[in-house]
Write a protein that binds this ligand. Structure first.
Ligand SMILES: Nc1ncnc2c1ncn2[C@@H]1O[C@H](COP(=O)(O)OP(=O)(O)O)[C@@H](O)[C@H]1O
Ligand SMILES: [Mg+2]
Length: 201
């Protein structure tokens, strides 16, 4: 599935707009909302931006990574994107989210650190540097209020910029939670790309 996705990806205008939006979120340090109709390409764009088709399977599996031939490629891709892509499971609990996301944060940070400092022989075991800059949460309408609060805490305490992706109407729902909404910079509408429409027709 992931290989197929990577092969077929088309850099549409909507994808370029998504990339610009993500860069703006990074630059201005706020939470960004991205919403649009199903099938528009939001998930594919975000995965592409995060190099997640390459890094996702590696980060998710983790065991056996020492022998993975893609190890160097994944580390270098993550060092460039500094981004985690996460899809909450349907009916997932807060505990699931904390565990999975916590694990992925540690793993991605380790990958980037290995890429940057793997060659340094006497690296201090304790390090303060945190390398992850962006968290993209897909299907964000699956998040409960406490889960949104958990994400906001990552944004505040760890200084990680956040993009929440969902369906139209998500921005209205989120506006009811001032704790999170006060950090939202702007909402980006992911439109249906003409090229994609003509492709599918
Ligand atoms: N940039 C793209 N390149 C190639 N195919 C795309 C692209 N964007 C969307 N698609 C097609 O549309 C389908 C739905 O895209 P997806 O990212 O899952 O939409 P959304 O997350 O907005 O619901 C994909 O499975 C793919 O077939
Ligand atoms: Mg999607």
């Amino acid at each position: 599935m992931s290989g197929e996705r990577a092969r077929k990806f088309i850099a549409t205008k909507e994808h370029r707009r998504f990339t610009e939006f993500a860069e703006a979120v990074r630059k201005h340090r706020y939470v960004g909302l991205c919403y649009g109709a199903a099938g528009g390409g939001k998930t594919l764009s975000a995965r592409r931006y995060a190099h997640w088709d390459l890094a996702g399977p590696y980060v998710e599996a983790w065991a056996g990574r020492r022998r993975d031939p893609l190890r160097a490629k994944v580390r270098s891709a993550l060092a460039r994107s500094r981004t985690i892509f996460h899809t909450p499971s349907v009916l997932g609990t807060l505990r699931d989210l904390k565990e999975t996301l916590g694990e992925h944060i540690t793993r991605v940070d380790t990958c980037i650190d290995d890429h940057l400092y793997g060659h340094v022989k006497c690296r201090a075991i304790t390090r303060d540097e945190f390398h992850i800059e962006m968290l993209i949460v897909d299907e964000a309408e699956r998040l409960s209020v406490t889960a949104l609060e958990f994400i906001r805490d990552i944004f505040d305490r760890r200084g990680v910029d956040v993009i929440l992706i969902g369906m139209p109407g998500m921005e209205k729902r989120l506006s009811r939670y001032p704790q999170l909404y006060s950090r939202v910079g702007f909402a980006h509408h992911y439109g249906l790309c003409k090229a994609m429409n003509s492709r599918s027709s």
